[in-house]
Design a protein around this ligand. Structure first.
Ligand code: HEC
Length: 283
């Protein structure tokens, strides 16, 4: 490589572009982590990285081609490498370059085409259709029937109105459900039902955050019953690509316990279930 003082612009460009890349790829995630006050580095999305690199290179091209002399100086090292006559070292360098470049392209092409074990980028369908046999299920604890209320009034001291009895009864169910929830579901879904239990970070597909209006608030309670009874294995294929770690509870919890947990789950999250369609209510 010629050592005259005109080749600096070539190397300055190479180093600048490389420095921008290293900054965006390795420094930026930590900077973003500190600024956003997050526990983990926040990598830049690859499309944004591509865009910034494109702008960086575009900037360099504009700067270099702005001036004829600059352009010639920039191209000089490349021309010397490709067609220049000179020392043995240069010829060896050219041979290596001409072999290495196609090889590099072949390797990167291969890496694009080869199937990988990485999780696919496709979006997951979070709420596939529930199986028909769950459609008509109703949470018996949300609106306790007059039979249960009568029982409750008989066993409780003092004079309570029917409405007060109903509220007290539901409060009891919520309490029972909360205990069951904290015992069984908290490790993943978190004490406050916000999906931040101590085990949550171990899963790529994070346990649902019930305080997010996009989860249990958009489904009817029967849907939650299906999901809790049958868990991740009960999901149809279109809920792929990532396997869900949501356990199947039907062997360990009775349906009544699950209904209580569901009641408590909505209560803790401060959410209401979606109401069933009219024709289902009439049945
Ligand atoms: C091992 C971790 C784990 C435990 C324990 C766990 N879950 Fe889950 N749960 C998940 C994951 C992961 C998801 C998200 C993927 C999915 O929808 O299957 C999920 C999803 C759900 C959903 C679906 C939410 C939606 O909007 O689609 C419900 C309902 C649910 N869990 C309820 C419960 C209840 C109730 C318990 C306790 C009885 C429980 N989970 C225990 C991991 C867990």
């Amino acid at each position: 490589m010629s050592k005259d003082d005109t080749s600096w612009i070539f190397w300055a460009t190479v180093i600048t572009v490389a420095a921008v890349y290293i900054f965006l790829k390795s420094v930026f995630p930590y900077l973003a982590m500190v600024i956003a006050d997050k526990p983990n580095p926040l990598p830049m999305p690859s499309m944004a990285l591509l865009m910034y690199m494109f702008l960086t290179i575009l900037g360099a091209v504009v700067y270099i081609s702005f001036d004829d002399r600059r352009l010639r100086r920039f191209l000089r090292p490349l021309l010397v490498l490709l067609i220049g006559r000179g020392a043995k070292g240069l010829r060896a360098g050219r041979t290596v370059f001409l072999i290495a470049l196609p090889l590099l392209m072949a390797v990167s092409m291969f890496r694009v085409l080869v199937p990988s074990a990485e999780p696919p980028l496709g979006l997951r369908i979070q709420h596939p259709t529930m199986p028909g046999k769950y459609e008509r299920k109703v949470n018996p604890f949300r609106n306790p029937g007059s039979e249960l209320i009568k029982q409750f009034l008989e066993n409780s001291p003092g004079n309570m109105s029917k409405e007060e009895a109903r509220a007290a009864l539901v409060a009891n169910y919520i309490e029972e459900g909360t205990i069951l929830y904290q015992k069984n579901c908290r490790p993943c879904h978190g004490t406050k039902a916000d999906g931040t239990g101590p085990m949550a970070r171990g899963f790529r597909l994070r346990p649902a955050n019930f305080t997010d209006p996009g989860t249990i608030a958009t489904v009817v309670e029967a849907y939650a019953l299906w999901r809790v009874r049958e868990g991740g294995i009960g999901l149809p294929n279109d809920a792929s690509p990532w396997d869900s770690s949501m356990p199947r509870w039907m062997e360990d919890l009775s349906d009544l316990d699950i209904w209580k947990i569901i009641l408590a789950e909505y209560h803790i999250a401060g959410m209401e279930p979606r109401l069933p369609e009219k024709h289902e209510e009439r049945e």
